[in-house]
Design a binder for this molecule. Structure first.
Ligand code: A2P
Length: 258
């Protein structure tokens, strides 16, 4: 086995829908990552590692790792991965990377985490990191899905985190969770780029309309979602950030689609 991966063990599996599941695994004590990063994970198939990029759902300080995945019937990896059971081996890359890091953003007052589908994953990690609440007065997590059932981690976000021993107070005071659904009735409806253009969205959040001085954005979703959301941000003058030049927003593709 290549030394760039290690073998972890699946601890639990949760099937949200017939298209979406999540699972937890053991964590190698040497595996380090920052909130919002991803690693290569996969399975050994016909004697060879079949690996894809997955964002960590779990915060960087957790003893176990958690991942969120779609299931594609014909997908080389997910058609197999969706059948994993507690006790099964799983391969995890030793190196984490990614652009959804607060250090790639200029300082600001509000941080928007805008994700569709499994693009929620890196933001789960970020909203469980106490540091983000030191850097931003308000953290606004928007998760867009087709159906209500696909709003993974809804209970954790709207309830469990509020009761968390260390994070509870920070989350209660500073995190706004705004789930939105596009293909059935729900309390919040509409696609993310459209929400960004609606006065009502900001009024409901109780925040001013975004401006260059105060607002920062992280985006994670399909290529189409990223393109349309970036277009809205760029039209308002927001500039993409990276390692060498922090900016107003950063983007990452929600990886696995096979
Ligand atoms: P819609 O139902 O209107 O297609 P998917 O499961 O296909 O990845 O979609 C997840 C969510 O992303 C859905 O709510 C979907 O809305 C939305 N979506 C699809 N395309 C875009 C886009 N170009 N910009 C923003 N959101 C999008």
């Amino acid at each position: 086995m290549s030394s760039s991966f290690y073998e972890a063990t699946v601890l639990s599996v949760h099937h949200w829908t017939d298209r979406l599941f999540s699972f937890t695994t053991t964590r190698d004590s040497g595996f380090r990552y920052q909130s919002g990063q991803f690693a290569m994970i996969g399975l050994e198939v016909e004697g060879r590692p079949l690996m894809r990029a997955y964002s960590m759902v779990s915060p960087h300080y957790e003893d176990t790792l958690e991942f969120l995945s779609i299931k594609v019937p014909e997908g080389p990896l997910t058609s197999r991965l969706q059948h994993i059971q507690p006790g099964d081996p799983i391969l995890i890359g030793r190196k984490a990377s990614g652009t959804l890091l607060t250090q790639n953003l200029l300082p600001g007052a509000r941080l928007y985490l805008l994700g569709t589908g499994t693009g929620l994953a890196p933001f789960m990690s970020i909203v469980q990191d106490p540091e983000v609440y030191e850097q931003f007065a308000k953290v606004i997590l928007v998760h867009g899905c087709r159906e209500v059932r696909e709003l993974a981690y809804q209970d954790r976000l709207s309830k469990d985190l509020h009761e968390h021993e260390y994070l509870g107070e920070l989350v209660a005071g500073q995190l706004a969770y705004f789930p939105t659904v596009t293909r059935e009735p729900f309390v919040n409806q509409g696609r993310i780029p459209d929400l960004l253009g609606s006065e009502e969205f900001f009024a409901r959040l109780g925040v001013p309309k975004p401006d260059l001085a105060g607002d920062r954005f992280m985006l994670c979703g399909s290529p189409a979602m990223l393109k349309d959301t970036v277009a809205v941000l760029e039209a308002a003058g927001f500039v993409e950030g990276n390692m060498s030049h922090p900016g107003h927003y950063v983007i990452e593709r929600a990886f696995v689609d096979k």
